[in-house]
Design a protein around this ligand. Structure first.
Ligand code: ADP
Ligand code: MG
Length: 596
């Protein structure tokens, strides 16, 4: 075969193979263009899940007559002009390949009126041919019509799914945009029916309403607002407290500089922050925005721009982990560690939503606001700081005779709940869950102090890895040894595992090693051994905890309450269930319709 340069139309079709996968990827590129053009309102209209027709209309800056044809040329962009620009991209687009790619696999019409032009213009692309511009009646912004997607690429058209499925992809995408850009109004219409209309959300109340619409009321009611900045990197948004969790990871939205991304570093940090407070196998929910200087992220690493690469992945990871960890520790703990602000250099600002409703099923935020009032700085005494289990202090007494946060025990209910009285009212504590959390934290700190013990395998296990993994395993032998994994290289693609962490002696060693290696490859460290050990400690804690139906004496109950106040994150048992609930006096009054 002789070498030939490919015609433009074919080059565009090849590129379309990467950029345009289905209707939602077309919508993604078009809406991103609208946002880059400064639109305040974007409307998306679909027919047959977008397979028949996609129209995106915006009120952005528009294009001049001669820019219309240019926008359809490959690598023609108004957004970057140099390599330096590429290194600090602030727009959603930058490659100038979306419009030509789409035009090569559909029938595309473009109409636009530039803000300063007297009237608008339109052009069409049919089979790779761009028509001459004609005057158009459009009175502002831009309208793009993409019809019969993949009409000329039957092999790809076959891969499109049913209308409903394709529509659902677009719907999810529009939710992401709605979260990424509160300041923009979004509308979605399918087969002539409007399916969602979101007006721009500027005030906090409007933003909450948008969160409610996109994420659901339950999420909103159970979420904590977080907002933290360290140097040039910041994260803010909403995180659901652990008791609101999901079977699938379908309520997780993460944005980096306004761009929705999926990323290993980020998911690792999130998983690590939630590992102790969420039921195993359940997924947390969050909407989080991370902002950092554009030089700190490479956005040019994925054809559909769904992934990014952090220049300093380590510090992004640690920052995110500590922000979430603190937010959860503060929110989940009945007794926020006294003096936390003194010990931690960067406390996370945690705003708890104002309570709104009445009833028995109280969200934790009500309890939290009750507690934050109760635990105002003045009532926090540093004498409770000493984390040591001091049996010398009378468990029934708070310092200086104050009422401790979880109050004094009154009675035990059906052998399951401890009832206690504090200044706010009544506290009900699930004694099994509480004891489990305490035991777990104790086991964990004991395990942490002693370091990871490894156990020699009777018969070393030969594990098959890729050559890269095996190289990494060899190079990181010492780091792995510190994790309790002792091994030798035994071939180009095999290692011989001789020792494993004793707690994990019965787990699948090959899978553990591979997971650890892939963490080390992307993060330079791994939490797997710790996570999996914690899982086992948690099971041990569960078995070692007081069972229901055991009668406790009042001093025993008080001792349990005091131990909970000293235990980090005692607000949740290690299965993510709450350990205690506060019924304050106003709530009790409301229950009895008693005005005060
Ligand atoms: P990119 O977004 O990477 O620049 P595209 O192929 O998506 O590449 O768009 C090419 C150019 O067309 C953009 O740089 C922009 O100047 C112009 N353009 C596309 N869509 C719009 C729009 N909705 N409003 C104004 N200009 C647009
Ligand atoms: Mg673009």
């Amino acid at each position: 075969m002789t070498i030939k340069a490919l015609p433009d139309h074919l080059i565009n079709q090849i590129s379309a193979g990467e950029v345009v996968e289905r209707p939602s990827s077309v919508v993604k590129e078009l809406v991103e263009n609208s946002l880059d053009a400064g639109a305040h309102r974007v409307k998306v209209i679909l027919e047959q899940g977008g397979k028949r027709a996609i129209r995106v209309v915006d009120d952005g800056a528009g294009m001049r007559r001669d820019e219309l044809a240019l926008s359809l040329h490959r690598h023609a962009t108004s957004k970057i002009a140099s390599l330096e620009d590429l290194q600090r991209v602030v727009t959603m687009g930058f490659r100038g390949e979306a419009l030509p790619s789409m035009a090569s696999v559909s029938r595309l019409d473009l109409a636009s009126k530039h803000a300063e032009a007297t009237h608008g213009w339109s052009i069409k692309v049919r089979r790779g041919e761009i028509s001459d511009p004609e005057p158009s009646a459009i009175h502002s912004g831009t309208r793009v019509d993409v019809q019969d997607l993949f009409y000329n690429v039957p092999a790809r058209r076959k891969f499109l799914r049913g209308d409903r499925t394709e529509f659902n992809h677009v719907d999810l995408l529009m939710r992401r945009f709605a979260l990424a850009r509160f300041d923009v109004g979004f509308e979605l219409e399918h087969n002539g029916k409007s399916t969602s209309v979101l007006t721009p959300a500027i005030s906090e109340a409007e933003q909450d309403r948008r969160i409610d619409r996109v994420m659901g009321r339950e999420f909103l009611e159970h979420s904590i607002r977080i907002n933290q900045q360290r140097g040039e990197i910041g994260v803010h948004g909403w995180v659901a407290e652990p008791r609101y969790n999901r079977a699938r990871a379908d309520r997780q939205f993460f944005f980096v500089n306004g761009r929705a991304v999926r990323d290993r570093v980020i998911s690792h940090a999130v998983r690590k922050a939630f590992q102790d407070v969420i039921f195993h196998g359940r997924h947390p929910a969050f909407v989080l925005f991370m902002e950092l200087p554009p030089e700190g992220v490479d956005v040019n690493v994925h054809p559909q721009k769904l992934e990014v690469r952090f220049r300093d992945a380590r510090s992004v990871h640690d920052f995110l982990f500590s922000a979430l960890h603190h937010a959860l520790a503060d929110a989940g703990s009945g007794a926020p560690r006294p003096g936390a602000g003194l010990l931690d250099p960067g406390p996370v600002a945690v705003d708890v939503y104002p309570p709104t409703q009445v009833g028995m099923a109280m969200p934790v935020r009500d309890q939290l606001s009750a507690y934050s009032r109760l635990l105002g700085p003045s009532s926090v005494s540093s004498s409770r700081l000493g984390g040591s289990d001091n049996a010398t202090v009378d468990p029934g007494q708070g310092p200086q005779g104050e009422v401790p946060p979880l109050g004094f025990a009154l009675a035990q209910l059906h052998g399951v709940y401890i009832l206690s009285q504090n200044t706010e009212g009544l506290v009900m504590t699930d004694m099994h869950a509480a004891h489990e959390r305490i035991t777990y934290e104790q086991l964990k700190s004991r395990y942490g102090e002693e370091g990871i013990k490894s156990q020699r395998l009777l018969v070393p296990v030969s594990i098959k890895l890729s050559e890269t993994e095996a190289d990494l395993a060899e190079a990181q032998k010492d780091a792995l040894k510190n994790l309790g994994l002792v091994l030798d290289r035994s071939g180009p693609e095999t290692v011989l595992l001789r020792e494993v962490p004793s707690l994990l002696a019965h787990s699948d060693a090959a899978r553990l090693l591979q997971d650890v290696l892939s963490d080390i490859a992307s993060l330079g460290e791994s939490q797997r051994v710790e996570e999996e050990s914690n899982e086992i400690l948690s099971t041990m804690a569960c078995h070692g905890s007081v069972r229901a139906n055991r009668q406790l004496t009042l001093p025993e109950m008080n001792a349990l309450l005091r131990a909970m106040e000293r235990t980090e994150r005692s607000g949740h048992c290690n299965h993510g269930r709450p350990t205690w609930v506060q019924l304050d006096m106003p709530m009790l009054d409301r229950l009895f319709l008693r005005g005060r």
